[in-house]
Design a protein. Sequence first.
Length: 376
Amino acid sequence: NRVCGCNEPCSVCGDGKEVDFPDAMVQFPGQPPIRCGTLQANGFIGSIPEGQCERLPNVINRVCGCDPRTPDPTPNPTRPPTANPTPNPTPAPTNPSCNICGEDMSGNDLSIGVPDAIIEFPGQPAITCEDLQAQGDTGFITNGQCDRLPGLVNRVCGCNPPCSVCGDGKEVDFPDAIVEFPGQPPIRCEALQENGFVGRIPEGQCDRLPNLVNRVCGCDPRTPDPTPNPTRSPNTPPGPDPTPSPNNPSCNICGKDMSESMGNPDGIVQLPGQPAITCRELEEEGFSGFIPSDQCERLPGLVNRVCGCNEPCSVCGDGKEVDFPNAMVRFPGQPPIRCGTLQANGFIGSIPEGQCERLPNVINRVCGCDPRTPDP
């Protein structure tokens, strides 16, 4: 049946339609890839069963392009022999102008944000967004193709409205920090912000970004630069300029509720895009006003564990110590740790209060948390 073409002729794109991209490759489960033009020819000669034929238009439309083609123009009539021959005019395309970016929800045309970006369609040579738009402006893109282009070129050509990834009037504070989204490669916060400015981020995604990137990229409003000192009057005797001082309030890197000093001042803190610094040095910068208020509010959650900002924690419970300091205890997703080291971490405040309360029951069997027998 299939080899001899015994089925009824099948139009793979549906009645009255032909594939727009005959050289594009389409693939079906368990079958080798096939050119759209070859698939169409197989349908015409009856090599596609009727049951399969009915489902094909919806399956291949995106790859092969199945919208009705613009009809070819009617050929000019042959001139009478008596007329003076004149050269035929260069044929002009018959399609209306096409905006490859499409329209927004209000019906306004969107424009290209990245004209030099490269677009590649199956079976077609690569082309820049600017050249593709030029083809659309001159009518070389059919209506059927034009309707599908916005969804294909939107992200590459930057067709969306400008997007502020941190929200209106805000910019990322940590441009070199790396942010990751599910199924996407890591990207620098600054590169993400630039993609938003040129329209590479769809509007629906843009609305959700500030909440997603705030912690990593730092999206709180920046502390304004200090107002410059007024110029001295000419009749004022010149004197040495005072040493400029930071204009930020004092910042406790462990948080406002921490009455105790940090437990691990020599701990090393590494913030995205910043050089490593000890907890003591970072605390001194905070007390001296070198840390903006918006960054200060985020620091406790970042340095708490490293700098030992929590209340002292007895991992075995009040009045108890581990009996087996060299025993190894494991927690899900964490590397093994000696019971003695865990206890030391608790004493210097590197264990959050919520975790501390649960530890005695968790480590008792391994570390030995029962009260010790008093020495004679």
